[in-house]
Design a protein around this ligand. Structure first.
Ligand SMILES: Cc1cc2nc3c(=O)[nH]c(=O)nc-3n(C[C@H](O)[C@H](O)[C@H](O)COP(=O)(O)OP(=O)(O)OC[C@H]3O[C@@H](n4cnc5c(N)ncnc54)[C@H](O)[C@@H]3O)c2cc1C
Length: 517
């Protein structure tokens, strides 16, 4: 078969490039002579973006499948355990305004209607705190598993916070030493096309042309192959998600035994929000804001105030400024080129959707890898359709965090509620949700990036209250719901004394490691 796909060339050695290389090489036996060949080419002159420290629970499965040890990963990437996100000040901005988006489903989620019973009997308790045990674990800085729990297994569903720079190096080593990925350090300086318009080879500065059958563009925001070479259009979504700037900084803990937060803390500011991610050795803090609503100087003052108020130092190095256009490409796979990571698009880092999309893209590319060039157009059509859907859902979900705010003190929050800034599908869903809670029928694809439970946590956390039901359903069983509320509370009571703190578990992993399954 002359047009068989036997060699995949990935350009870019950031988190997207190395994750994609690992997923494909592990899935296609690149260490064996009959497997797919994978080459990763990265520039020695252009550093990876170096941010991206919050992940989604899917990362556990991704790492397990590529064959890394969770112990090594935790030790080498300055990892801590993440059990969800806490949103401070998003609904009203008043004292005590906060809600949780935990990673575990509500207790009894698929068995009965919890929302009706919550509103009827416990409306004064925050939704997540009533239906899930996880907010209490987070509030007390607990780890999501015990010291004896094996690698990747969980007592409470979890993801990770990690050092992005170390993560790239860790994946690189694993890909080269264990998965058979060929690594080339060089700059792409041009693209050589075939007669049919496909990419035939990449012109490199030192190594001449590098030929391949399929090219994966992981070149970050410059989108060298899909954007620059093929000129695939970029669809801006700045009219929906206004944030396009970030100031990022790393700050030390007060002392080396300070507790490590079990969740990402996202705190609303006048024209954006601050992320606060606790790693074992430092915190990563950044202000994401809209340049149309705030100057850089004003954003930096808010960032400094946040750091000082949250126990950080008064003095720290100048924050690093990053700018981005929120949006994504009209298509992600064109001819024999697929874009994954920032080259495909980026929207603000709320809820860690970027690395989750990288994982989903790499998984689909690997699973659906066309055997021949002739199969590629069909596979690419499906890929494009799937990922346009996923980007739109990610945008809807992030926008949901804004549209119900009652903050009126600044134009940023007022503008976020303007009907013309709300995507049609989200507007329709908000209208449906007046009468029934977000359900799996609203998000019916396999591998939805955010499940319906996540929409419930954010919707009710932001203060949305449905109208009273017009008729009663069999699932409106308040007594059964009550049992689940009690179950969530009793699970928290049992787990709290049995789980170590986030820091204790990390120290244990560093000293003794986790049991491999
Ligand atoms: C402020 C901010 C915060 C973020 N926070 C999160 C988060 O909490 N969670 C999350 O999931 N995501 C987050 N992200 C997104 C996340 O950082 C990225 O999705 C992730 O790092 C992947 O980046 P990348 O690999 O696509 O690009 P990059 O890291 O930019 O890598 C690009 C690669 O391309 C190579 N390259 C470029 N030009 C050439 C050339 N000519 N020849 C050869 N190689 C070349 C470079 O050498 C580099 O290796 C955040 C992003 C920003 C901006």
């Amino acid at each position: 078969m002359s047009n068989a796909i036997g060699h995949v060339v990935i350009v870019g050695g950031g988190s997207a490039g190395w994750l994609t290389a690992a997923v494909i090489a592990a899935g296609h036996r690149s260490t064996s002579a009959s497997g797919l060949r994978v080459t990763l080419l990265e520039s020695p002159d252009v550093a990876p973006i170096g941010v991206g420290e919050g992940t989604w629970p899917s990362m556990r499965d991704t790492l397990r499948k590529i064959g890394v040890s969770e112990t090594d990963f935790i030790r080498e990437c300055d990892v801590s355990f993440k059990q969800g996100s806490r949103f401070d000040g998003w609904a009203t901005g008043e004292a005590g305004d906060r809600y949780f988006h935990p990673f575990v489903l509500p207790q009894g989620y698929t068995e009965t209607s919890l929302v009706e019973a919550w509103l009827k009997r416990h409306a004064d308790v925050p939704f997540a705190d009533l239906v899930s045990y996880q907010p209490r674990l987070c509030a007390q800085g607990r780890a999501p598993k015990q010291k004896a729990t094996p690698e990747f297994a969980a007592v409470a569903n979890y993801a990770y916070h990690l050092d992005a720079g170390k993560f790239g190096l860790f994946l690189r080593k694993h890909c080269i030493e264990r998965l058979g990925v060929k690594h080339v350090l060089d700059n792409v300086i041009g693209v050589n096309s075939s007669d049919n318009g496909d990419i035939a080879s990449l012109q490199t500065k030192l190594n001449g042309p590098l030929a391949g059958d399929l090219f994966v563009d992981c070149t970050g925001m410059q989108s060298l192959l899909l954007g620059k070479h093929f000129d695939v259009a970029f669809l801006s979504r700045k009219h929906v998600l206004f944030n396009d700037s970030a100031l990022a900084v790393q700050v030390p803990y007060a002392d080396e035994n300070s507790s490590i937060a079990s969740q990402t803390i996202s705190t609303a500011q006048s024209s954006g929000w601050v992320w606060d991610i606790g790693l074992p050795t430092r915190r990563g803090v950044g202000h994401v804001y809209s340049s149309s609503h705030s100057s850089d100087a004003a954003a930096e003052i808010e960032l400094r105030n946040y750091i000082e108020k949250s126990g950080g130092p008064r003095e720290f190095p100048a924050p690093r400024k990053l700018s981005f256009e929120p949006g994504y490409r009209e298509k992600f796979w064109h001819r024999n080129c697929v874009a994954i990571g920032l080259s495909a698009g980026f929207i603000e880092p709320l809820e860690a959707s970027a690395l989750a999309l990288v994982e989903l893209s790499a998984a689909m590319l690997s699973e659906a890898m066309p055997a021949t060039r002739a199969d590629m157009d069909l596979v690419s059509r499906r890929f494009n359709e799937t990922f346009s859907y996923r980007w739109e859902r990610a945008i809807d979900f992030l926008k949901l965090h804004y549209v119900l705010t009652r903050r009126t003190g600044s134009a940023f929050w007022r503008d976020n509620c303007l009907p013309e800034s709300i995507p049609d599908r989200l507007r329709e869903l908000l209208s449906l949700w007046r009468h029934h809670p977000p359900s799996r029928y609203d998000f019916s694809r396999i591998e939805e990036i955010f499940p319906s439970a996540s929409y419930q946590y954010v919707l009710y956390g932001m203060g949305f209250r449905p109208e009273r039901a017009m008729t009663t359903r069999r699932s409106d069983d308040a007594d059964l719901a009550e049992q689940y509320f009690r179950e969530a509370a009793s699970l928290a009571d049992k787990m709290l004394p049995a789980l170590p703190s986030n820091r204790e578990l990390i120290e244990h992993v560093k000293r003794n490691g986790l049991r491999r399954t």
